[in-house]
Design a protein around this ligand. Structure first.
Ligand code: PGA
Ligand code: ZN
Length: 400
């Protein structure tokens, strides 16, 4: 596909933060675009994020000159060109957010040209079109804490994991939406609140008695509602956010890595539904991850800030047995090709794969197509409300 033009627009994500929409035009002047989300609880090694004015400068001074009228035969062809042009390890010059925007918009153009769906194009280029299409679990964040809320929870995300089994997505998502509303009513009456506070990812963000109470509440509502067959639970501890000087500031105490390990193991003992724990330790606390992962052979111990969707890190930490699952966020690495290679590397090393949104979301549904193309194990898409609902709708559409 020949890139006839490239444009950039400033848009605002669900947190009201400025972010980018990238638009490319093909030889027939058809327009394709991509909206890029933004994260608040970022890993230190994520690709560079350019502000809108910085990205606009790069488009006007570099990309227009380098890309316009050029023909790229595949997504990889374009991405490799961008990676070489940027020339840095963390996309300092072109920005991971800008590069990803060009990469996704181009992929949409290619899909249009070949009269295919976006997921088909991805599947053919990166998975040889071969793998089967199982339905991913849905990780839905119903109670928000940490960096995503102004409440007293240190743990960032309390998620319900939906396993649709043979049921179609529409039916299980309807059950999830009703459950989310019931949870809101329950919390409002338990804490006698006039109104509920909502966090960045659409979950409830009120104060709780302690970090474990949300797990207890969710578990007892799942059991009493008769949803044990389709719902389980997951946490994103996002421990880097409360780690400083070798200590974790957790539950009002400064505790060691070993102590946090013990607390999280107790959580698993006290909750029969808890199946997955993301970033249980700081991204530089490798021994914390390794010890914990060794003690939880049947659970998903998930890397996010640890792995930042980087194929090299994913392979290294999988081989060293720090994790058994990994979060995939395209804007952590900055191109479609590298994102797909991160999924492939994870799959080849026996990790579970979870394609994920960011806390600052747009209405772009690229990640759902990515999930389908890569036949991943799960998608993480927030609470079933507001701007997040389009991703649930796309799941229903792509898998019906
Ligand atoms: P984000 O983090 O705020 O950077 O999107 C979400 C997460 O930690 O999974
Ligand atoms: Zn995370």
């Amino acid at each position: 596909m020949i890139l006839e033009d490239i444009k950039i627009h400033e848009i605002f994500d669900s947190r009201g933060e400025s972010t980018l929409e990238v638009e490319v035009l093909d030889e027939k002047l058809n327009s394709f675009s991509a909206e890029i989300p933004s994260g608040k609880s970022r890993g230190k090694k994520e690709a560079t994020v350019l502000s809108f004015p910085e990205a606009k400068k790069v488009v006007d001074l570099v990309l227009k000159k380098e890309l316009i009228h050029k023909n790229f035969s595949s997504i990889k062809d374009l991405d490799n060109f961008l990676i070489r042009l940027d020339g840095t390890l963390n996309k300092q010059n072109l920005g991971g957010n800008l590069m990803l925007g060009v990469s996704i918009a181009f992929a949409r153009g290619l899909a249009h040209k070949e009269n295919k769906e976006l997921w088909q194009i991805l599947k053919e280029e990166f998975w040889g079109g071969l793998i089967s299409e199982k339905r991913p679990l849905i990780f839905s964040n119903l109670i928000n804490g940490g960096a995503h809320a102004g409440n007293n929870l240190d743990i960032q995300e309390y998620m319900v994991v939906v396993d649709s089994k043979d049921q179609d997505y529409a039916a299980s998502i309807k059950i999830l939406i009703d459950f989310y509303k019931e949870l809101g009513k329950f919390l409002q009456s338990k804490y006698k609140l006039d109104k509920l506070i909502i966090g960045d990812e659409g979950g409830y963000a009120i104060n709780f008695e302690n970090n474990f109470e949300p797990v207890k509440i969710l578990e007892s509502m799942i059991v009493s509602g008769g949803f044990k067959d389709i719902f389980s639970l997951a946490l994103d501890v996002a421990a880097s956010n409360f780690y400083k000087d070798d200590k974790y500031n957790f539950g009002g105490n400064q505790i060691s890595s070993q102590k946090l390990n013990q607390i999280l193991l107790d959580y698993l003992v006290n909750s029969s539904l808890l199946m997955s724990i993301e970033d249980p330790f700081d991204e530089e606390d490798m021994s914390g991850f390794k010890n914990f992962n060794a003690k939880c052979p049947d659970k998903w111990i998930v890397g996010d800030d640890l792995t930042v969707t980087n194929p090299e890190f994913i392979e290294k930490f999988a081989k060293e047995k720090l994790i058994s699952a990994v979060i995939i966020k395209p804007n952590q690495i900055g191109t479609v090709s590298e994102t797909c290679s991160a999924i492939r590397v994870a799959q080849e090393n026996g990790l579970k794969t979870i394609v994920s949104h960011r806390s600052g979301e747009t209405e772009d549904v690229f990640i759902i197509h990515l999930a389908k193309a890569g036949n991943v194990d799960a998608v993480k898409i927030g609470a079933p409300v507001r701007e997040r609902i389009v991703k649930f709708d796309e799941l229903i559409k792509l898998y019906s």
